[in-house]
Design a binder for this molecule. Sequence first.
Ligand SMILES: [Zn+2]
Length: 103
Amino acid sequence: MVGDKSTIEKSTVKCPFCQKGDIDITEYSAYYSNTYARAFGKVKKIPLYHEGHIEVHNKCSNCGKSKSELKEVIEKGKTKVMTHEERIAMYKKRGLPLVIGGK
Ligand SMILES: [Zn+2]
């Protein structure tokens, strides 16, 4: 579930390439922040979605893969891909105006 602020979690994972080296990472979860827009004399709250990401702090000491290579693979494994239906359900829940396909 996506909260109002990013949760930051530090952990150590095994290198995805060689399964031997220890890689220190920090995970930043996806979150919403609110921005405010003034329209027609009213102030409207607009949720702004921020994607989660990870930070890799060291290259693999065993196979020597670089931080950027590790980040790409680890991030792919961590990021939960949201289905189209999940996205719609999430937007609906938040009461955002939604136009899909159009009719
Ligand atoms: Zn490695």
